[in-house]
Design a protein around this ligand. Sequence first.
Ligand SMILES: [Fe+2]
Ligand SMILES: [Fe+2]
Length: 437
Amino acid sequence: MTRREFILSMAAGGSQVAAGVSDSPERVSAAAAPTDGRKPLIASAPVLQNAAERSMGVAFAVSADASGWVEVSTSPDMGGAKRVYSGGLGMMEVNDTIAHILVRGLRPATRYWYRVGADRIEYKDGYRMKNLGSEVSGKVHSFTTLGAEAQGSFCIINDTHDQKPSIDRVFSKLAELKPSVVIWNGDALNKAEKMQKAMDVLMTPHEKHPEFAADMPFMFINGNHDFRGRFARHLERVWMFRDPSERDGRFAELGRNFAQRLGDIALIGLDTGEDKPDSYPAFAGIFQMDRYRDLQTEWLAEAVESPAVKSAKFKVAMCHIPLFHPNWRDPNLPVGDGPKKGKCAAMTRPCARRWRPFLDKAGINLVVSGHTHRFVCYEPSADCPWTQITGGGCAVRPGSTTDFPSVIEGRVVDGQLIVRVHNCTENRVVAEKIFSS
Ligand SMILES: [Fe+2]
Ligand SMILES: [Fe+2]
């Protein structure tokens, strides 16, 4: 079998793949790493970016111009693997920093095995391009897609703020719990003026955990700090937006929102945006968070009426800024003013006013937030029909009962949703809440 026949046989059945391969005249044989002293092309472990029922986003860092790809199989020996390239049809992506591959057409609640590779591209101009050959990662990883038939648990983390001691503890707990999906619920960054900062924080957040998201699919929700900095306007170049086919065209811009089933649980992701009003002087009139929230309100109104959400036994929403505070209706607490307690109450308003009518009516069981860096569990009350849990912050402070790196874990056991809050400073469960329906 020639090299070209080999690659095409790997691609059998994938029209995107076959189109890409047949147009690559300079392809040479694959190697694990270059032997001429150049840096390996694949510069990080893969990061599973957007867990979903029928697609999976795979990203990895590269060290030079490359066209990345993923081979996916339903078998651990990679038999019958299909190859999917970075970018869409027409031209494949060439990027010197990161490869993004959106693998589509997957079956729900199904385990897949995969490995990543990249073609080294020598690019001089539009008529002078050379494919210098593939480098492959020898390691085979796996993931399981979401769906109503899926099993397992979710974990929510928040406010890691690029704090290494906190991240180490949180990722160690995730590695122990091995959830089906992790939701990174905002403030992963402090601010990102340059792309490299976002690469460091989101792709290689801790040297002790290089494969933190290689076998554990993540989802990402913005926190207010993830909107700070020049590069924050392009964060999808590092953490890709979700598969556009998940949503109606009217909601094309809502690349972070999701409504996904994990067995009996509907997971709903919302983006609360900045914590300051669009009119905040330092924002220079170049923020439109209220319009962003309005569009999400329209999306949420439809999402909670979708069959996947309506038929779920449990409904869990998550967003960075809380949607409830005991004083949130107090008109004497203007946004961005007053004592800190007042700020917390006021910051819930922009999204609570818009979204709570739909969440309340939908019979949401639980809203999980962050932002305050303070673990609190608000039980349902006359003012709010659902439970709200806010995770702790990024301080590693033994003895603190509120400010600790947290993992909020949820799983269905014997028909009940059990939610546990792990204090990762003291490595113990500090709260457990059981939902029967
Ligand atoms: Fe934060
Ligand atoms: Fe925040």
